[in-house]
Each structure stands twice: as structure tokens, then as C-alpha cells.
Write a protein that binds this ligand. Structure first.
Ligand code: SF4
Ligand code: SF4
Length: 452
């Protein structure tokens, strides 16, 4: 192929062609993987990202021809299994993304291969479907009495060992606790502030609370509301919500993603058209509405309206600051914060807004780590991938621990817990410190001097 190195134009992304029967053709996806893997073999820029690329290059380097043609095609699935759709290769590394003529979209090719695997059924399908049903799991696990049992079981070595052999959830992986006080049943409604629009931001916010905040860690959601209230931004919590669909997307279960979107999009689109900015406290959920659903449903007016209204919470707060509408008097210095930018925040292409916000706090030093933690949604808790997820995250654990911070923090709280676990493993050989995990929204609430 004779083509220019890299592209001079801004990257674009093609819609995901999941309604075309060709999308699910094994023969066609194999041909496309052969084409793209050959380009990757000649490039190798992504070798340090996840394990998909080292697996691919090892297969090629061990083949009799030392080229991709020496690798049996059935081995391509090993590359697919290692991808957790973080999107970083597409958005931060690849010079051959559209409009470049080579048209490489590695994550969406992996998504297509996963969608075919999912339709065909895999040995781990029951486990994978169960883990990715975050809304259903949350509803069941937060039933009174059940919640205490589930949380206690998650801490019992015998139950974890049973969970590992029966379900394939690694016994050592961090798993979230379920709350007895769901966010959506316990939040404080907004005060009746008059919305103040700025040049960059709208004056009222709708909160898509997310499964994780609602069923697992409601405190982050309450912190977001307190920060908005402190800044006199009126808010509503979205009346009805289902899972955003990201855990199903990571599995390749596109039918379930679309079914969830059909529940969420009409409700969210109405809020968007009523002039609300929509905010979710979890970067993966934000990315789902900002990027994946608009590419899955390119002709759906609701999906496009929600995309236009959706913002990361710190993108919103920094926008308020630029509009002169953010309170910047903080009463509580926070010391040293070691802050991690998760992949699904990086690929939103909005810059380091969380870092900018934390740096507004006086007597607070922020060190930033911009590298994959390896947690990757449900991928990192699976028995066959957990050790790799710790290996991928190790440079992050080390860098964040070396900063000797008072707080470790990530926009993705799942990544935060994974990092906390990884630092704990490093600390076996290191002196104990008093580092605490706190979400950036919690840190801002503390810095404002607002009570829990
Ligand atoms: S999307 Fe992320 S996990 Fe998948 S291949 Fe690219 S860098 Fe690796
Ligand atoms: S995804 Fe792009 S940057 Fe990464 S190895 Fe393949 S061709 Fe190179």
C-alpha cells in the first residue's frame, strides 16, 4: 500500500453499521481483521497500551513466516479477547484513522468481532451477561436483607472462591459493595434557583445518576448535587433511567445496548430540548451518550440531541468558571492529590478539566497520571483477565504511590478502587502511608467546606 504517513485532517468516525447483515459475517470480519492487523504489524505504535497488541505481535513474531500470513486465522480471537474497548488506540495513537484512506478503527473492529462472538455464544456467556446486567443486579442486590448478605458474602474467602469457580469472578478482584440507601430514593431535591446561562454553559442541569452511583456508591452523586447547589445551579435527577449500556457494549451485545437506549433516549432528549445540560458522574456512561450511541444510531434525532446536551461534570464546572459563574473560594486545602485520568475521560477530547478544577483549590498540589489503570469495567474482575489488569495498571499504581499523596483520585471510581488495590499490593514492600481514595467530586465538595 502506498499511502501518506498519518492524516492531516481531523479524525472522523464512521457510524457503526450493526444493522447491515454483513456486520455479523464471520468471513467479512476475518478479512477486515487481516487487513487491519497487517497495518498494525507494520506500525506497532500501540504495543504499550493494552494486551491486544502484544498478543498480536507475539503471534506474528512466532509465526513461521514472521508475517501475519503465518498466523492461523482462528488465533485472531485471542487479540479480540484482550480488548476492553477503552478507545485509547483510536483516539490517542493511531495515525490511520478516517479520513486516512487506510480507515483503521481498531476498537470498533474489535466491537464487531465481539458482537459476532456474543451472537455465536461463548463458554463464559452466562457469567458475562450476569456481570454486565448492572441495573438488574443493583435492583436485586439492594433489596433489604439481601444487601447485607451480598456485601458480607463478597468479603468471605469461601464465598469468593465459590464465585470464582462457579462464575469466573476472580477471588482477589475488588468488587463493589451495594448500598442500603439508593441515590435515587434519597437525594435532596434542588432549591429553586433561577437558571443563569453563560456563554459556554446552560444554567440548569439534569443528572443521569448511573447504576454505580444509584446502587453502589451514592455519596459521589450527593457530592455532585452539593457542588451544583453551592454554585446555585438548579438540577433535576432524570425521572426514569436504565443502564447506559456500556457494560453490554463491552460484551458486544448490541441488541441489549439498543433496547436500553430506547428506554433512556426519549426521557433524556426531552430534557435536552427543555434546555438542560445532562451530566453523569461516570465517564463511561458520559462517553456512551456522547459517542457510542450517536454512532450506533446516527439518524436518531433523540440520540443526537442527547449527545449535544451531555457533558462531563468537570467540563461543565470549568465551563461555569470561564463564564464567571463558578464560586472559587475554597475553605479547605487538600494537600497532595495524585489524580488519574481514566481512558473514557481522555477519549472524550475535552482536555484535563478535572485537573484544572482541582488546581483551583489553594494549597493543593495535583500530580496527574494519564495511563490505563487496567480495570476496564467488568473485564478486570474476570478470572482469566484479572492478573493482566493488574499488570497493565502497575505503572499507574507505582506512579501514583510514588507521589506520596494524601488522596488518590480518578474520575472513574472503579478505576480508583482498582488503583487502591494495586497500590496496596505494591505496599507489601513499602512503608505504610495514609493515602485515601476520594472521587474528584468528593474532593471538590470537601474543598468548598460542604458537609457529607
Ligand atoms: S480499544 Fe483499548 S483495549 Fe481495545 S485495542 Fe484499543 S487500546 Fe486496547
Ligand atoms: S491501531 Fe493504529 S497506531 Fe495502533 S498499532 Fe494499529 S495502525 Fe498502529
Amino acid at each position: 500500500m502506498s499511502e501518506r504517513e498519518g492524516s492531516l485532517e481531523a479524525p472522523t468516525r464512521h457510524p457503526i453499521d450493526w444493522q447491515n447483515p454483513e456486520f455479523y459475517s464471520v468471513e467479512s470480519v476475518m478479512k477486515e481483521m487481516e487487513r487491519v492487523f497487517d497495518i498494525c504489524h507494520g506500525c506497532r505504535r500501540c504495543v504499550s497500551l493494552c494486551n491486544s497488541f502484544p498478543v498480536m505481535f507475539d503471534l506474528i513474531d512466532a509465526s513461521p513466516t514472521l508475517e501475519l500470513d503465518g498466523v492461523p486465522k482462528e488465533m485472531y480471537w485471542k487479540v479480540v479477547d484482550q480488548c476492553y474497548l477503552c478507545d485509547v488506540c483510536y483516539l490517542t495513537k493511531c495515525p490511520y484513522v478516517p479520513p486516512h484512506a487506510w480507515n483503521v478503527d481498531f476498537p470498533h473492529l474489535m466491537l464487531r468481532a465481539k458482537a459476532i462472538q456474543f451472537k455465536q455464544g461463548t463458554a463464559t456467556k452466562f457469567r458475562d451477561v450476569t456481570l454486565s446486567s448492572t441495573d438488574r443486579n443493583g435492583k436485586l442486590a439492594t433489596i433489604p436483607v439481601v444487601v447485607q448478605f451480598v456485601n458480607a458474602a463478597a468479603k468471605m474467602p469461601s464465598m469468593r472462591s465459590l464465585g470464582e469457580s462457579a462464575m469466573g469472578v476472580d477471588r482477589n478482584a475488588w468488587v463493589p459493595e451495594f448500598t442500603t440507601k439508593k441515590f435515587r430514593s434519597n437525594y435532596i431535591p434542588s432549591r429553586a434557583y433561577t437558571p443563569k446561562d453563560g456563554a459556554k454553559t446552560k444554567g440548569k442541569v439534569a443528572i443521569f445518576s448511573t447504576c454505580y452511583v444509584n446502587y453502589n456508591e451514592p455519596g459521589m452523586g450527593h457530592d455532585l448535587l452539593k457542588v451544583l447547589d453551592h454554585n446555585e445551579v438548579p438540577y433535576v435527577v432524570v425521572e426514569k433511567e436504565a443502564c447506559c449500556g456500556m457494560p453490554k457494549l463491552e460484551l458486544g451485545d448490541i441488541d441489549s445496548v439498543i433496547a436500553l437506549a430506547r428506554k433512556n433516549l426519549p426521557v433524556l432528549a426531552k430534557l435536552a430540548r427543555d434546555g438542560y445540560t445532562i451530566v453523569t458522574p461516570i465517564p463511561s456512561c458520559t462517553l456512551m451518550f456522547k459517542q457510542e450511541l450517536p454512532l450506533l444510531l446516527p439518524n436518531d434525532a433523540d440520540a443526537q440531541a442527547v449527545k449535544a446536551a451531555m457533558m462531563d461534570p468537570f467540563e461543565y464546572l470549568i465551563g461555569r468558571n470561564k463564564d464567571g459563574l463558578l464560586k472559587t473560594q475554597f475553605s479547605q486545602p487538600l494537600g497532595r492529590i495524585s489524580y488519574h485520568i481514566p481512558c473514557h475521560s481522555r477519549v472524550q477530547n475535552v482536555g484535563q478539566k478535572t485537573r484544572e478544577m482541582l488546581e483551583l483549590i489553594p494549597d493543593t498540589k495535583v500530580t496527574t497520571v494519564e495511563r490505563c489503570s487496567g480495570h476496564a469495567g467488568t473485564w478486570g474482575v474476570k478470572k482469566e483477565f484479572h492478573a493482566m489488569s493488574l499488570k497493565i495498571g502497575k505503572p499507574v499504581f507505582k506512579q501514583m504511590s510514588d507521589a506520596a499523596p494524601d488522596y488518590i483520585s480518578s474520575d472513574c471510581q472503579l478505576a480508583g478502587h482498582h488503583i487502591e488495590q494495586g497500590i496496596g499490593l505494591l505496599k507489601k514492600d513499602r512503608p505504610a502511608t495514609t493515602t485515601q481514595l476520594a472521587h474528584p467530586l468528593t474532593l471538590v465538595r470537601k474543598a468548598y467546606g460542604l458537609p457529607e
